[in-house]
Design a protein around this ligand. Structure first.
Ligand code: ADP
Ligand code: ZN
Ligand code: ZN
Length: 719
């Protein structure tokens, strides 16, 4: 009697699929990857439960094609984490499970993993071999000194002996080699600062069990150093550490820094910058590694000996995925920590208000590092250049240019921050006021002069720069406003001898960071110009000036998180100035110098500003004092998108604890030829909101006419 296998597939449907499991397959443990027919194609699915019977008619049931034993099964803890995400984010389980896999393993073609290293296991360390097993002993002895590569083993004709050791459990073929134990001297930990020691005293005893610990430490206070020590303690108990970092913070320097600190340990990275092959190999290596350093997707990596999770820069928006499963890797990390009963460390100089409120309420342990680790390093002085009184010349005030010139004259370096890439935010016709619209979005095409293109930063549309105004034929088109390319040009003209380097998504390839770091450290660069990419995790001791241009938009944005984000960003940029023994200086150009944000910023008073913002949020019942879910709808017309949402609101369950707001066009109403609208649901009670959405979601499937796309965004960050 054939049994039935329930299989999760990557579909938008909230259900599992039944397949007949031929007897010859034996039992298939949950988590196993299987190949099944689906429509006219074959798909990789995840086996879940086995049933004796199916509700599907016998003649409609199809057979499992094969069990993919060329790749590991998803472990029970990953299945559990995916189930948490399915419940919490109201997303189909199959889509989540398949999203946790690297792309290559979702493919049915056979996969041969690359395992180039033979490593000693714990039991191999103490194994005793009889004297007559000479060759095996020689190999075992060699392994006790260093891992052996497959080539060496082959060249020395030790293949048979290697297999014997593997069978005995004394050695394993692995995808990762440990870091060489004879690593350079930079690996030793400096003596802990008083702040770090107090943090260690509080955290070391807490490592054995679940708890969330928020490390609020000013930039340069030695948070990274603190993580390294705690990771060390976890590795000493033969457990693994997962370190999550923001998308653009994973630089080769950081990776090197981590690797060097753990000689003899196995290290893996996971991020979207890796090619498909590397990503797959590293994912496969994760179970064997000691430290996994990666971006948000690593939160789903297989780590059977997980002992600690660190989320660095926990406030960073890149931890939230903005499509598909719209999860927050920080929040999933906490869920995972809870399931695995391990400690979760959240670190930031400017914690998210969500995390900070938890800490103030005592739900998270709050650890504060108030001093910079290097004692001479003072926090920079922050000055404002008042744009109401100072004229702008190509986006720069006189004091700004002067400050740069003085810094360079002292042989020091400066950075200029402008969060807008391209040459100018738009191309403008002075005669008819045409302002380069994107034909597919409610946005302007950005002028990129180096590539001679107009580009939409929202949908990817691009076109060549028109020789004349498409609307009136005027040949005299002007660049409107400033982007980083234009700023670079302006600065070159003002400071012709300065060596300037621009950093933004147009110039930076992942590998370019190492070269950039070396160039800045080596004094080959005087001025860095760039977007927020500049602000992340770099430590340049001779960088003593930070100029910040044009961030006023955020001060009066309708987005209630805009000031929180701006404050974090400014603190971070300011943190780049004066990190070593030289005092730093920050100059911000603004037309609103009286805005309270600047008062707190000048005092480096995160806590004060956070409390002010939290008080506002509380009064307005905004997160973290309420929970939100956003229903997003996209359709070919705005009317259709709004009609869908009106219907959705009518179908909403009746619950006095949950507010359903009116349907509105999204702030960016049109992207890639689709009109977008949204409906906000809010409640002060998380459970009530969850129950509400659980009842509501199936109703949304029934709404006619269908629209292009809709999705639920739980805990939305951008609207
Ligand atoms: P954060 O992550 O908080 O910005 P880092 O860990 O990067 O801070 O430390 C900032 C600088 O201080 C680094 O150059 C680091 O090497 C140094 N540092 C950290 N801890 C110590 C310490 N205990 N003694 C001396 N220097 C330290
Ligand atoms: Zn015109
Ligand atoms: Zn567009």
């Amino acid at each position: 009697m054939p049994s039935i296998l329930q299989v999760a597939l990557d579909t938008p449907l909230y259900r599992l699929f039944d397949y007949r499991l031929p007897d010859t397959f034996g039992t298939v443990p949950p988590g196993s990857l299987v190949e099944v027919p689906f429509g006219r194609t074959r798909q990789v699915g995840v086996a879940l439960g086995a049933l004796a019977d199916s509700a599907i008619q016998d003649n409609k049931l199809r057979d499992v094609v094969r069990v993919l034993d060329d790749r590991p099964a998803l472990s029970p803890d990953i299945l559990r984490l995916a189930q948490f995400c399915a419940d919490y984010y109201h997303h189909p389980l199959g889509a989540i499970l398949l999203a946790t896999l690297p792309p290559r393993l979702k493919n049915t073609t056979p996969f041969v993993a690359d395992t180039p290293w033979l490593l000693l296991t714990e039991s191999g360390r103490i194994a005793e071999l009889p004297a007559r097993a000479k060759a095996q002993r020689a190999l075992l002895d060699a392994l006790r000194v260093a891992p052996q590569s497959r080539e060496t083993v082959r060249a020395q004709k030790q293949g048979r002996h290697a297999s014997a050791l593997v069978v005995a459990g004394w050695a394993v073929w692995s995808r990762v080699a440990p870091e060489p134990a004879d690593a350079p001297a930079t690996t030793t930990a400096p003596p802990a600062t008083a702040g770090q020691q107090a943090a260690l005293d509080a955290l070391l005893p807490a490592l054995g069990a679940f708890g969330v610990h928020l490390i609020h430490g000013v930039t340069g206070s030695g948070k990274t150093e603190l993580y390294l020590r705690l990771i060390d303690a976890v590795l000493a108990t033969n457990r693994q550490a997962l370190v999550l970092i923001p998308e653009i913070a994973l630089t080769p320097q950081l990776e090197q820094h981590f690797r060097r600190r753990f000689p003899g340990r196995r290290f893996a990275t996971l991020h979207s910058g890796l090619g498909e092959k590397d990503r797959t190999e590293n994912w496969l290596a994760a179970p064997d590694c000691d430290v996994l350093l990666g971006t948000r997707l690593s939160v789903f990596a297989p780590l059977p000996r997980l002992g600690l999770i660190v989320v660095d820069e926990e406030h960073d928006a890149s931890f939230k995925q903005q499509d598909g499963l719209r999860y927050s890797a920080r929040d999933v990390a906490i869920a995972r920590g809870k399931q695995a009963n391990v400690a979760v460390l959240l670190g930031s100089a400017t914690p998210s208000l969500e995390s900070y409120a938890h800490a103030l309420a005592g739900r998270y342990q709050l650890i504060e590092l108030t001093q910079r680790a290097v004692s001479q390093a003072e926090l920079p002085a922050i000055e404002l250049a008042d744009l109401k009184h100072l004229p702008l010349d190509n986006g720069l005030t006189r004091p700004a240019v002067q400050a740069l010139a003085e810094t360079l004259a002292r042989g020091e370096q400066g950075l200029v921050f402008l969060n807008r890439r391209g040459y100018a935010p738009a191309l403008y016709c002075p005669s008819c006021a045409w302002v380069s619209p994107c034909p597919r979005c409610s946005a302007r095409l950005v002028l990129h002069r180096t590539s001679h293109r107009l580009k939409c930063h929202h949908c990817g549309f691009e076109t060549r720069i028109p020789p004349e105004c498409p609307s009136c034929g005027n040949p005299d088109l002007k660049a409107l406003g400033q982007g980083t390319q234009r700023l670079e040009e302006t600065l070159s003209a003002l400071l012709p001898t300065a060596r300037i380097r621009r950093i933004d998504r147009d110039t930076m390839r992942p590998r370019a960071w190492a070269e950039l770091g070396a160039a800045v450290h080596g004094g080959e660069i005087d001025i860095l110009v760039g977007t927020q990419m500049l602000a992340k995790g770099h430590d340049f001791p001779n960088m003593t000036l930070a100029l910040i241009l044009d961030t006023d938009g955020a001060l009066y944005s309708p987005d209630f998180r805009a000031t929180e984000r701006l404050f974090a960003q400014l603190m971070q940029v300011a943190g780049r100035a004066g990190r070593a023994d030289k005092p730093g200086r920050v100059l911000i150009q603004t037309a609103f110098p009286d805005h309270p944000l600047f008062r707190y910023l000048q005092r480096h008073d995160y806590a004060g500003y956070a409390r002010t913002l939290l008080a506002e949020r509380k009064q307005l019942e905004l997160p973290p004092y309420s929970r939100q879910v956003l229903l997003r709808a996209e359709a070919s017309t705005m009317d259709a998108a709004l009609a869908f949402l009106h219907r959705a609101a009518q179908l909403a369950p009746d619950d006095a604890n949950v507010s359903v707001f009116g349907a509105t066009p999204a702030p960016m109403a049109r992207v890639a030829n689709l009109e977008r609208a949204q409906l906000l649901i809010q409640s002060s009670q998380r459970q009530a909101l969850q129950a509400f959405v659980r009842d509501w979601r199936p109703q949304l499937d029934t709404i006619k006419p269908r629209i292009a796309r809709w999705s639920l965004d739980v805990d939305p960050l951008v609207f």
